[in-house]
Design a protein around this ligand. Structure first.
Ligand code: NAD
Length: 441
């Protein structure tokens, strides 16, 4: 089947490469000419483990290509996947400008029955909007069906998540469209992945409700961590004990500087706005967002409390991406905390294994940052080292070497990467989240 994927960002690129690997003929489209030129040269514009060889293999097999020309790709396709961005507007609701743009282009080039599949995360009612936009542009007799197929992949494990998802959600009123979707995903059906076949609105809400729930778990454990610090309890043990309850589960119970990335902050804000638009207060999710803001602030306070006045101090910062295994810094809590530390007068020496270039752009307005080639360079002469993203590269640092490089042996680990006793034994004053401070042994 010929497939057109509109938008070649994290979701579109992974979707296109994986569908090509399922045997489909896929054209990836993007209006960003530089991105497409890079892809045509065989360069992958984002860091995502396993994506480069997957793209290369399918391009070489003639199943995957990239273009900025939407019209021919649309005309050749039976299924058009929309994977463009849906960034937040100032009021928190999703900006559907790009989705609407694509729907208008589809209407202009509709040349026979097609399914229009929304992969982007879109508010409830967007399927209806796409249907009306295409109908208005293509005429009353136009043959097409709108499908909601929200994406649940996580950056850093996107390919595994796409090919072995916990579920595939398909929302459509059109039986033929559902059959085509089941064909496209047949490799997942034979692998016994559960399929949820439903209406468009329920499919759209499954995505928002899932992300809001996961964000709730994170804010919840972050508040438990704050309580642990006051009570002298250990949040790691508390989370472990909670997670063993099969009704709760162990995932998303890791305390830290709050959630970030391109999805959780945006989708939680959007779901609050969606509810508000219907005259409802989604009070839990509103609290989840407030806790997340407070958590970031609390981390900056924690560093200041540990070190005293930050003006005149130099801190090493390890990690800038919003989580490991991605170069994505969108709404990264690491960036927010780094910014907060600078605002209180600190100078930073920062390192991230993959996100240095996007972080430089994000923090371009700040002067008190030195970008360092590796963790040891970031530690040189600093008053403390702050771990902000739990990259595996930071889990086995040469502690003796670090200690020699630092002006003062203080590690503030906001991702609980290390064991307090080990750090104390290695001669560090060690502070982490939701656990007692450990003093150099
Ligand atoms: P992204 O910003 O990385 O990519 C979007 C791409 O769409 C960009 O390359 C942009 O140039 C392109 N684009 C915009 N308008 C276009 C148009 N009219 N024609 C062609 N290309 C156009 O975004 P992303 O992270 O891939 O997210 C896409 C959607 O998927 C969002 O709705 C997001 O919420 C959702 N989502 C993201 C993730 C994730 O982890 N990133 C996971 C699940 C769902």
């Amino acid at each position: 089947m010929d497939i057109c994927v509109v938008g070649s960002g994290y979701v579109g690129l992974v979707t296109g490469a994986c569908l090509a690997d399922f045997g489909m003929t896929v054209v990836g489209v993007d209006k960003d000419a530089d991105k497409i030129a890079a892809l045509q040269r065989g360069e992958i514009p984002i860091y995502e483990p396993g994506l480069a060889p997957l793209v290369a293999r399918n391009v070489a097999a003639g199943r995957l290509s990239f273009t900025t020309e939407l019209a021919p790709a649309l005309e050749a396709a039976t299924a058009v996947f929309i994977a463009v961005g849906t960034p937040p507007l100032p009021d928190g609701s999703a900006d559907l400008r790009f989705v609407r743009e694509v729907a208008e282009s589809i209407a202009a080039h509709l040349n026979g029955y097609k399914i229009i599949v929304t992969k982007s995360t879109v508010p409830i009612g967007t399927g209806q909007m796409i249907e009306e936009t295409v109908r208005a542009g293509a005429g009353a007799g136009a043959e097409f069906a709108v499908v909601s197929n929200p994406e649940f992949l996580r950056e850093g494990s996107a390919i595994r998540d796409f090919v072995r998802p916990d579920r595939v959600v398909i929302g459509s009123r059109d039986e033929r469209a559902v059959e085509l979707m089941l064909d496209i995903y047949s490799p997942l059906r034979v692998a016994d992945v559960p399929f949820v076949i439903t209406d468009v609105e329920s499919a759209e809400l499954i995505k928002y409700a899932s992300n809001a729930f996961l964000a709730t778990k994170i804010s919840f454990i972050n508040e438990v961590a704050a309580l642990c610090e006051e009570l002298g309890a250990d949040v790691e043990t508390v989370a472990y004990g909670m997670g063993l309850d099969s009704r709760i589960g162990p995932q998303f119970l890791h305390p830290g500087p709050g959630f970030g990335g391109s999805c959780f902050p945006k989708d939680t804000r959007a779901v609050v706005e969606i509810a508000r638009g219907r005259g409802l207060d989604f009070r839990i999710v509103e609290a989840v967002l407030a806790v997340n803001d407070a958590t970031r602030e609390r981390m900056v306070d924690k560093v200041e409390r540990a070190l005293g006045e930050l003006a005149g101090k130099t801190l090493g910062v390890l990690g800038l991406s919003f989580k490991p295994d991605t170069d994505d810094v969108r709404e990264s809590p690491a960036i927010a905390v780094a910014r907060g530390l600078i605002e209180r007068g600190a100078r930073l020496r920062v390192h991230d294994p993959e996100a240095m270039a996007p972080a430089r752009r994000e923090l371009a307005d700040l002067e008190s940052i030195e970008y360092c080639a590796d963790p040891y360079a970031a530690a040189e002469g600093v008053d403390a080292l702050v771990i902000l993203t739990e990259w595996n590269q930071f889990r086995a640092l040469d502690l003796a070497r670090l200690r020699r490089l630092m002006r003062a042996p203080v590690v503030i680990d906001l991702r609980n990467v290390y064991e307090p006793a080990k750090m104390a034994a290695a001669g560090f004053r060690y502070l982490s989240v939701g656990r007692a401070e450990a003093a150099a042994g």
